[in-house]
Design a binder for this molecule. Structure first.
Ligand code: ZN
Length: 379
């Protein structure tokens, strides 16, 4: 068997390929006009102004900047991905107001593949894994970061959308991957929020560990979390180093962890995981006893603090997903939907869905307030 973790150098975007796409990659860094102070805007002088180290090729040591450059490169060199991002220009959006917060609904026909993906064990066994290096399309390039590779997502929801698979074909499980998720969030934190879909919570590759990333600010939860905690939640722990909130907004039940201390976050997440695994077993959940409790997780690092939003679930898809006729609605919620952007890949569903439909379906797939309480008590 070949060593899956061995990186194929042909997969990596070379410094020469990346360089042209780095100029102006961070609009918040003011370019120095040519002639003034004798400096010209180049990726390395731009990065140097912010104190970001550059390597010997002049590439800034910032994964977010490199990832943005990667996506720009891929849009020019990989037609399928370019088409995916162009199709975003035609998506339609509706916004529903709930109790002090908004939820968006996006009609995105490109997502039908993911929304209706078969993720049962037999289907997974019989398909080629699309996250393994050996099966990536020839045009696809990546940026390596530790054991993970940042890739452009050819079926985007965000205007910048990444898939970040582990180099090895290992199962989608968060318990031992939470630290790398925090580290990747820090490395991508300049522009992006990361998310994790549990193996029974919307991951279309439950057999291959991966995260996704998209530009921060797109999901209402990116900017609304503090408000949500104030209006619909309680801060159950609150000091300078670690804050924990319990939130029930009438649709979703979730826990927010916020800290500048990685080890504290890891310790609390581990407690959350154990408590939720136990509560899920007692309350009944689609996840079996030996499986991961059902989670979607958003993480980001902004101004030196990590923020983790863990949505607690009991079901993968609402009953209406499997219904026939008018009752049927193709809504298969994962992290982005829980983050406040609900994807409807069928146009008819997009036009007829109501706030009450959303409320019912989120409640159906989310844990009860009692389960949320049982988890919070252990934190
Ligand atoms: Zn794989």
């Amino acid at each position: 068997m070949s060593d899956q973790s061995k990186v194929d150098p042909g997969r990596l975007l070379t410094p020469e390929e990346m360089k042209p796409y780095l100029a102006g990659v961070d609009p918040s860094i003011k370019a120095v006009a040519p002639g003034s102070l004798g400096k010209v805007e180049t990726p390395d002088t731009m990065a140097a102004q912010e104190g970001i180290a550059s390597d010997e090729h002049g590439i800034p040591a910032d994964l977010a900047m490199q990832s943005r450059a990667l996506l720009r490169h891929q849009r020019e060199h990989w037609p399928m991905l370019a088409k995916g991002f162009e199709s975003l220009e035609t998506v339609q959006v509706r916004t529903f107001d709930f109790d002090g917060f908004g939820m968006k609904v996006q009609f995105n026909p490109g997502r039908i593949v993911s929304s209706s993906a078969k993720v049962d064990k037999k289907s997974i066994r019989e398909r080629k894994c699309f996250l393994c290096q050996a099966h990536l399309p020839p045009e696809q390039k990546g940026v390596l970061h530790g054991d993970y590779m940042v890739l452009g997502n050819p079926f985007p929801i965000f205007s910048e959308h990444f898939t970040i698979p582990h180099m090895k074909h290992v199962p989608q499980l968060i318990r031992d991957a939470f630290e790398p998720m925090l580290e990747l969030s820090a490395a991508m934190g300049r522009f992006y929020t990361l998310f994790y879909n549990g193996p029974r919570c919307g991951a279309s590759a439950p057999d291959h560990l991966h995260f996704q990333g998209g530009e921060r600010g797109f999901m209402p939860m990116d900017t609304g979390w503090e408000d949500m905690a104030a209006r619909h939640g309680t801060w159950v722990a609150d000091d300078d180093r670690l804050r924990i909130a319990r939130v029930d907004d009438g649709l979703r039940r979730y826990i927010i962890l916020e800290s500048d201390d990685k080890s504290k976050l890891m310790q609390r997440f581990d407690q959350l995981y154990s408590a939720f695994a136990e509560a899920s077993r007692l309350a009944g959940s689609e996840a079996g006893e030996d499986e991961e409790p059902m989670l979607n997780i958003l993480t980001t690092k902004e101004a030196d603090r990590w923020r983790v939003v863990a949505f607690l679930r009991r079901k993968h898809r609402p009953a209406r997903f499997f219904a026939e006729g008018d009752e049927k609605m193709v809504f298969s919620p994962a992290s982005v939907d829980f983050g406040g952007v609900c994807i409807t890949p069928v146009e008819r569903d997009f036009h007829r869905i109501t706030p009450d439909d959303l409320r019912d379906m989120f409640n159906e797939v989310s844990v009860t307030p009692e389960v949320l309480d049982a988890v919070i008590k252990k934190l």
